[in-house]
Design a protein around this ligand. Structure first.
Ligand code: BGC
Length: 346
Protein backbone atom coordinates (compact mmCIF):
# COMPACT_ATOMS: atom_id res chain seq x y z
CA UNK A 1 0.00 0.00 0.00
CA UNK A 2 1.39 3.42 -0.85
CA UNK A 3 4.35 1.82 -2.54
CA UNK A 4 5.16 2.50 -6.19
CA UNK A 5 8.36 1.86 -8.04
CA UNK A 6 9.88 4.62 -10.28
CA UNK A 7 8.73 2.67 -13.37
CA UNK A 8 5.22 2.59 -11.99
CA UNK A 9 5.30 6.42 -11.43
CA UNK A 10 6.38 7.07 -15.02
CA UNK A 11 3.57 4.86 -16.31
CA UNK A 12 1.00 6.67 -14.14
CA UNK A 13 2.08 10.13 -15.45
CA UNK A 14 2.07 8.79 -19.01
CA UNK A 15 -1.59 7.78 -18.54
CA UNK A 16 -2.47 11.44 -17.85
CA UNK A 17 -0.60 12.54 -20.96
CA UNK A 18 -2.51 10.02 -23.07
CA UNK A 19 -5.81 11.21 -21.62
CA UNK A 20 -4.93 14.85 -22.32
CA UNK A 21 -3.89 14.02 -25.86
CA UNK A 22 -7.12 12.14 -26.55
CA UNK A 23 -9.30 15.00 -25.24
CA UNK A 24 -7.48 17.56 -27.37
CA UNK A 25 -7.91 15.36 -30.46
CA UNK A 26 -11.65 15.04 -29.86
CA UNK A 27 -12.01 18.84 -29.53
CA UNK A 28 -10.00 19.46 -32.69
CA UNK A 29 -12.11 16.93 -34.58
CA UNK A 30 -15.40 18.55 -33.45
CA UNK A 31 -14.20 21.99 -34.53
CA UNK A 32 -13.06 20.73 -37.92
CA UNK A 33 -16.30 18.82 -38.54
CA UNK A 34 -18.65 21.72 -37.72
CA UNK A 35 -16.72 24.05 -40.06
CA UNK A 36 -17.10 21.52 -42.80
CA UNK A 37 -20.90 21.35 -42.28
CA UNK A 38 -21.33 25.10 -42.64
CA UNK A 39 -19.19 25.13 -45.74
CA UNK A 40 -21.08 22.30 -47.38
CA UNK A 41 -24.47 24.05 -46.68
CA UNK A 42 -23.16 27.21 -48.31
CA UNK A 43 -22.07 25.31 -51.35
CA UNK A 44 -25.37 23.53 -51.75
CA UNK A 45 -27.37 26.73 -51.42
CA UNK A 46 -25.39 28.53 -54.14
CA UNK A 47 -25.71 25.50 -56.34
CA UNK A 48 -29.46 25.54 -55.88
CA UNK A 49 -29.58 29.25 -56.75
CA UNK A 50 -27.92 28.51 -60.05
CA UNK A 51 -30.36 25.73 -60.81
CA UNK A 52 -33.37 27.77 -59.96
CA UNK A 53 -32.50 30.64 -62.27
CA UNK A 54 -32.60 28.44 -65.33
CA UNK A 55 -35.20 25.79 -64.83
CA UNK A 56 -38.19 27.17 -62.93
CA UNK A 57 -37.84 24.91 -59.94
CA UNK A 58 -38.15 27.83 -57.55
CA UNK A 59 -41.29 26.53 -55.89
CA UNK A 60 -40.02 23.06 -55.25
CA UNK A 61 -36.75 24.33 -53.89
CA UNK A 62 -38.16 27.27 -52.02
CA UNK A 63 -37.25 25.99 -48.56
CA UNK A 64 -33.65 26.46 -49.61
CA UNK A 65 -33.83 29.39 -51.90
CA UNK A 66 -36.54 31.59 -50.38
CA UNK A 67 -35.42 34.92 -49.03
CA UNK A 68 -35.49 35.14 -45.23
CA UNK A 69 -38.99 35.70 -43.86
CA UNK A 70 -38.46 39.35 -43.04
CA UNK A 71 -37.74 40.05 -46.73
CA UNK A 72 -40.84 38.23 -47.96
CA UNK A 73 -43.47 39.77 -45.69
CA UNK A 74 -44.55 43.19 -46.99
CA UNK A 75 -43.11 45.99 -44.90
CA UNK A 76 -45.85 47.15 -42.54
CA UNK A 77 -47.37 50.41 -43.75
CA UNK A 78 -46.71 53.39 -41.53
CA UNK A 79 -49.60 55.21 -39.91
CA UNK A 80 -51.05 57.98 -42.10
CA UNK A 81 -49.88 61.45 -41.02
CA UNK A 82 -52.00 63.38 -38.50
CA UNK A 83 -52.96 65.75 -41.30
CA UNK A 84 -53.31 64.29 -44.77
CA UNK A 85 -51.20 65.92 -47.50
CA UNK A 86 -54.16 65.49 -49.88
CA UNK A 87 -56.44 68.04 -48.21
CA UNK A 88 -57.73 70.93 -50.30
CA UNK A 89 -59.55 73.07 -47.74
CA UNK A 90 -62.75 74.75 -48.92
CA UNK A 91 -63.93 73.14 -52.15
CA UNK A 92 -66.46 74.37 -54.66
CA UNK A 93 -69.45 72.05 -54.59
CA UNK A 94 -71.44 71.21 -57.71
CA UNK A 95 -74.97 69.89 -57.98
CA UNK A 96 -75.33 69.03 -61.66
CA UNK A 97 -78.81 67.81 -62.57
CA UNK A 98 -77.22 65.58 -65.22
CA UNK A 99 -75.07 63.68 -62.68
CA UNK A 100 -75.59 59.88 -62.78
CA UNK A 101 -74.69 57.11 -60.33
CA UNK A 102 -72.45 55.59 -63.02
CA UNK A 103 -70.42 58.85 -63.14
CA UNK A 104 -69.84 58.75 -59.39
CA UNK A 105 -68.87 55.07 -59.62
CA UNK A 106 -66.28 55.73 -62.32
CA UNK A 107 -64.87 58.69 -60.37
CA UNK A 108 -64.32 56.39 -57.36
CA UNK A 109 -62.75 53.25 -58.80
CA UNK A 110 -60.92 52.51 -55.58
CA UNK A 111 -64.15 52.22 -53.62
CA UNK A 112 -65.60 48.70 -53.58
CA UNK A 113 -68.75 47.65 -51.72
CA UNK A 114 -68.86 51.11 -50.18
CA UNK A 115 -65.43 50.66 -48.65
CA UNK A 116 -62.11 52.41 -49.12
CA UNK A 117 -58.76 52.19 -47.39
CA UNK A 118 -55.57 54.13 -48.23
CA UNK A 119 -52.98 52.02 -50.03
CA UNK A 120 -49.76 53.65 -48.88
CA UNK A 121 -50.43 54.19 -45.18
CA UNK A 122 -52.58 52.79 -42.39
CA UNK A 123 -55.58 54.99 -41.61
CA UNK A 124 -55.63 56.48 -38.12
CA UNK A 125 -59.28 55.54 -37.64
CA UNK A 126 -61.77 53.13 -39.18
CA UNK A 127 -65.01 54.97 -39.66
CA UNK A 128 -68.55 53.84 -40.50
CA UNK A 129 -70.64 56.56 -42.14
CA UNK A 130 -74.33 55.94 -41.42
CA UNK A 131 -76.93 57.72 -43.55
CA UNK A 132 -80.63 57.17 -42.83
CA UNK A 133 -82.65 57.35 -46.01
CA UNK A 134 -86.00 57.07 -47.71
CA UNK A 135 -86.83 58.27 -51.23
CA UNK A 136 -84.15 60.95 -51.47
CA UNK A 137 -82.18 59.45 -54.35
CA UNK A 138 -81.02 62.77 -55.81
CA UNK A 139 -79.70 64.00 -52.43
CA UNK A 140 -77.95 60.71 -51.91
CA UNK A 141 -76.26 60.96 -55.30
CA UNK A 142 -74.95 64.48 -54.61
CA UNK A 143 -73.73 63.45 -51.18
CA UNK A 144 -71.91 60.34 -52.49
CA UNK A 145 -70.39 62.45 -55.26
CA UNK A 146 -68.76 64.79 -52.74
CA UNK A 147 -68.30 62.54 -49.71
CA UNK A 148 -66.25 59.74 -51.29
CA UNK A 149 -63.42 61.98 -52.56
CA UNK A 150 -63.63 64.03 -49.33
CA UNK A 151 -63.09 60.94 -47.14
CA UNK A 152 -60.32 59.65 -49.40
CA UNK A 153 -58.50 62.95 -49.15
CA UNK A 154 -58.67 62.52 -45.38
CA UNK A 155 -56.94 59.11 -45.77
CA UNK A 156 -59.59 57.23 -43.84
CA UNK A 157 -60.53 53.59 -43.82
CA UNK A 158 -64.29 53.85 -44.17
CA UNK A 159 -67.52 52.32 -45.40
CA UNK A 160 -70.71 54.19 -46.25
CA UNK A 161 -73.91 52.52 -45.04
CA UNK A 162 -77.31 53.68 -46.26
CA UNK A 163 -80.09 52.59 -43.92
CA UNK A 164 -83.35 52.50 -45.82
CA UNK A 165 -86.62 52.48 -43.96
CA UNK A 166 -88.99 50.05 -45.70
CA UNK A 167 -92.72 50.71 -45.91
CA UNK A 168 -94.74 53.87 -45.49
CA UNK A 169 -94.80 54.33 -41.71
CA UNK A 170 -93.61 57.68 -40.35
CA UNK A 171 -89.84 58.14 -40.70
CA UNK A 172 -87.67 57.40 -37.66
CA UNK A 173 -84.15 58.78 -38.21
CA UNK A 174 -82.85 57.82 -34.77
CA UNK A 175 -83.95 54.20 -34.89
CA UNK A 176 -82.46 53.81 -38.38
CA UNK A 177 -79.15 55.09 -36.99
CA UNK A 178 -79.27 52.55 -34.16
CA UNK A 179 -79.85 49.85 -36.77
CA UNK A 180 -76.94 51.20 -38.83
CA UNK A 181 -74.61 51.01 -35.82
CA UNK A 182 -75.65 47.43 -35.00
CA UNK A 183 -75.47 46.25 -38.62
CA UNK A 184 -72.13 47.96 -39.38
CA UNK A 185 -70.55 46.26 -36.36
CA UNK A 186 -71.37 42.90 -37.95
CA UNK A 187 -68.92 43.82 -40.74
CA UNK A 188 -66.07 45.34 -38.77
CA UNK A 189 -65.22 46.65 -35.31
CA UNK A 190 -65.40 50.32 -36.38
CA UNK A 191 -63.63 52.87 -34.14
CA UNK A 192 -65.89 55.73 -35.03
CA UNK A 193 -69.43 56.33 -36.32
CA UNK A 194 -70.60 59.37 -38.26
CA UNK A 195 -74.36 59.90 -38.10
CA UNK A 196 -75.05 61.82 -41.29
CA UNK A 197 -78.13 63.49 -42.80
CA UNK A 198 -78.50 62.80 -46.49
CA UNK A 199 -79.03 66.44 -47.48
CA UNK A 200 -75.92 67.97 -45.87
CA UNK A 201 -72.75 68.21 -47.95
CA UNK A 202 -69.49 69.21 -46.21
CA UNK A 203 -67.74 72.18 -47.78
CA UNK A 204 -64.25 71.93 -46.28
CA UNK A 205 -62.12 68.80 -45.95
CA UNK A 206 -60.42 70.13 -42.82
CA UNK A 207 -63.65 69.10 -41.12
CA UNK A 208 -62.27 65.73 -40.07
CA UNK A 209 -64.60 62.75 -40.11
CA UNK A 210 -62.89 61.11 -37.14
CA UNK A 211 -63.87 60.75 -33.50
CA UNK A 212 -62.47 62.64 -30.54
CA UNK A 213 -62.25 61.97 -26.83
CA UNK A 214 -65.69 63.60 -26.57
CA UNK A 215 -68.74 63.34 -28.88
CA UNK A 216 -68.31 65.70 -31.81
CA UNK A 217 -70.85 67.85 -33.63
CA UNK A 218 -69.67 68.62 -37.14
CA UNK A 219 -72.31 71.07 -38.40
CA UNK A 220 -71.55 74.43 -36.88
CA UNK A 221 -73.05 76.27 -39.82
CA UNK A 222 -74.90 75.71 -43.02
CA UNK A 223 -75.71 77.91 -45.96
CA UNK A 224 -79.44 77.95 -45.20
CA UNK A 225 -78.90 79.52 -41.76
CA UNK A 226 -76.08 81.94 -42.50
CA UNK A 227 -73.45 79.49 -41.23
CA UNK A 228 -74.45 80.03 -37.61
CA UNK A 229 -75.04 77.40 -34.96
CA UNK A 230 -78.82 77.03 -34.77
CA UNK A 231 -78.87 77.09 -30.96
CA UNK A 232 -76.42 76.36 -28.19
CA UNK A 233 -77.33 72.71 -27.66
CA UNK A 234 -77.86 71.87 -31.33
CA UNK A 235 -76.52 68.37 -31.96
CA UNK A 236 -78.18 67.48 -35.27
CA UNK A 237 -77.23 67.00 -38.91
CA UNK A 238 -73.83 65.31 -38.67
CA UNK A 239 -72.28 63.95 -35.46
CA UNK A 240 -69.31 61.71 -34.66
CA UNK A 241 -69.13 59.31 -31.72
CA UNK A 242 -66.78 56.45 -30.96
CA UNK A 243 -68.14 52.95 -30.65
CA UNK A 244 -67.79 53.17 -26.86
CA UNK A 245 -69.29 56.65 -26.48
CA UNK A 246 -72.39 55.60 -28.41
CA UNK A 247 -72.72 52.40 -26.41
CA UNK A 248 -72.29 54.32 -23.17
CA UNK A 249 -75.36 56.48 -23.91
CA UNK A 250 -77.32 53.43 -25.14
CA UNK A 251 -77.48 54.97 -28.62
CA UNK A 252 -80.45 57.01 -29.78
CA UNK A 253 -83.96 56.68 -28.44
CA UNK A 254 -86.17 54.52 -30.69
CA UNK A 255 -89.33 56.48 -29.91
CA UNK A 256 -89.04 59.64 -32.05
CA UNK A 257 -91.27 59.18 -35.12
CA UNK A 258 -91.36 62.09 -37.57
CA UNK A 259 -89.19 65.20 -37.70
CA UNK A 260 -87.37 66.61 -34.68
CA UNK A 261 -86.27 65.94 -31.13
CA UNK A 262 -84.13 62.81 -31.54
CA UNK A 263 -80.88 64.82 -31.80
CA UNK A 264 -81.78 66.84 -28.66
CA UNK A 265 -82.49 63.54 -26.92
CA UNK A 266 -79.00 62.29 -27.84
CA UNK A 267 -77.49 65.48 -26.45
CA UNK A 268 -79.29 64.88 -23.14
CA UNK A 269 -77.90 61.33 -23.01
CA UNK A 270 -74.40 62.66 -23.67
CA UNK A 271 -74.76 65.28 -20.93
CA UNK A 272 -76.15 62.72 -18.47
CA UNK A 273 -72.88 60.82 -18.95
CA UNK A 274 -70.94 64.00 -18.15
CA UNK A 275 -69.49 64.09 -21.64
CA UNK A 276 -69.07 67.41 -23.40
CA UNK A 277 -69.78 68.14 -27.03
CA UNK A 278 -66.86 69.39 -29.08
CA UNK A 279 -67.00 71.20 -32.41
CA UNK A 280 -64.46 71.98 -35.14
CA UNK A 281 -63.70 75.66 -35.89
CA UNK A 282 -66.55 77.64 -37.44
CA UNK A 283 -64.68 78.30 -40.67
CA UNK A 284 -64.35 74.58 -41.48
CA UNK A 285 -67.51 73.03 -39.99
CA UNK A 286 -69.60 74.37 -42.88
CA UNK A 287 -72.22 72.54 -44.92
CA UNK A 288 -74.41 73.13 -47.94
CA UNK A 289 -77.92 71.87 -47.45
CA UNK A 290 -79.52 70.55 -50.61
CA UNK A 291 -82.88 72.25 -50.84
CA UNK A 292 -86.00 70.14 -50.33
CA UNK A 293 -89.60 70.41 -49.21
CA UNK A 294 -90.69 68.53 -46.08
CA UNK A 295 -91.17 64.87 -47.00
CA UNK A 296 -94.52 63.28 -46.58
CA UNK A 297 -94.15 60.59 -43.94
CA UNK A 298 -91.78 62.79 -41.93
CA UNK A 299 -94.15 65.32 -40.39
CA UNK A 300 -93.08 67.39 -37.39
CA UNK A 301 -93.18 65.31 -34.24
CA UNK A 302 -95.48 67.33 -31.98
CA UNK A 303 -94.81 65.00 -29.08
CA UNK A 304 -91.08 65.68 -28.99
CA UNK A 305 -91.03 68.07 -26.01
CA UNK A 306 -92.86 65.54 -23.84
CA UNK A 307 -90.50 62.78 -24.94
CA UNK A 308 -87.48 64.95 -24.14
CA UNK A 309 -88.77 65.44 -20.61
CA UNK A 310 -88.65 61.74 -19.87
CA UNK A 311 -85.20 61.02 -21.35
CA UNK A 312 -83.33 61.06 -18.00
CA UNK A 313 -85.73 58.41 -16.70
CA UNK A 314 -85.90 56.12 -19.72
CA UNK A 315 -82.56 56.27 -21.55
CA UNK A 316 -81.25 53.09 -19.95
CA UNK A 317 -84.15 51.04 -21.30
CA UNK A 318 -84.80 52.84 -24.60
CA UNK A 319 -81.96 52.68 -27.10
CA UNK A 320 -79.54 50.21 -28.60
CA UNK A 321 -80.53 47.56 -26.07
CA UNK A 322 -84.21 47.73 -27.08
CA UNK A 323 -83.86 48.33 -30.82
CA UNK A 324 -85.94 45.64 -32.51
CA UNK A 325 -86.06 45.48 -36.30
CA UNK A 326 -86.11 43.09 -39.20
CA UNK A 327 -83.35 43.29 -41.80
CA UNK A 328 -84.98 42.80 -45.20
CA UNK A 329 -81.80 42.98 -47.28
CA UNK A 330 -78.13 43.96 -47.20
CA UNK A 331 -76.87 44.80 -50.70
CA UNK A 332 -73.18 45.52 -51.19
CA UNK A 333 -73.30 48.03 -54.04
CA UNK A 334 -70.16 49.66 -55.47
CA UNK A 335 -70.52 52.93 -53.56
CA UNK A 336 -72.38 51.90 -50.41
CA UNK A 337 -73.85 49.09 -48.37
CA UNK A 338 -77.60 49.34 -48.71
CA UNK A 339 -79.39 48.03 -45.62
CA UNK A 340 -83.17 47.87 -45.93
CA UNK A 341 -85.04 47.41 -42.67
CA UNK A 342 -88.48 47.08 -41.27
CA UNK A 343 -88.44 49.11 -38.05
CA UNK A 344 -92.15 48.83 -37.35
CA UNK A 345 -94.42 51.81 -36.80
CA UNK A 346 -95.25 54.28 -34.03
C1 BGC B 1 -85.53 69.99 -33.16
C2 BGC B 1 -84.27 69.33 -33.63
C3 BGC B 1 -83.76 70.03 -34.83
C4 BGC B 1 -83.58 71.49 -34.50
C5 BGC B 1 -83.04 72.28 -35.63
C6 BGC B 1 -85.28 71.44 -32.91
O1 BGC B 1 -86.47 72.08 -32.55
O2 BGC B 1 -85.98 69.37 -31.98
O3 BGC B 1 -84.52 67.99 -33.91
O4 BGC B 1 -82.54 69.47 -35.24
O5 BGC B 1 -84.79 72.04 -34.08
O6 BGC B 1 -83.81 72.24 -36.75
Amino acid sequence: MGFCSPVCKVLRRGKYFVLLFLSLSVLAWIAAFSGETVKSFQVSSTTTETLVKGDGLRDKLSPWTAAPDHLNTPTPKGECPPESPLLQGAVKLSFEPSLKLKDVESENKEVAKGKYEPTDCTARQSVAILIPHRSRERHLLYLLHHLHPFLQRQQLHYTIYIIQQAGVATFNRAKLLNVGYLEALKDYNWDCFIFHDVDLVPENDHNFYVCDKQPKHLVVGRNATGYKLRYKGYFGGVTAMTREQFLQVNGFSNTYWGWGGEDDDLRIRVELQKMTIVRPPTDVARYTMVFHKRDSGNEINKDRMRLLGRTPKVWRKDGLNSCSYKTLSVERLPLYVNVTVDIGKP
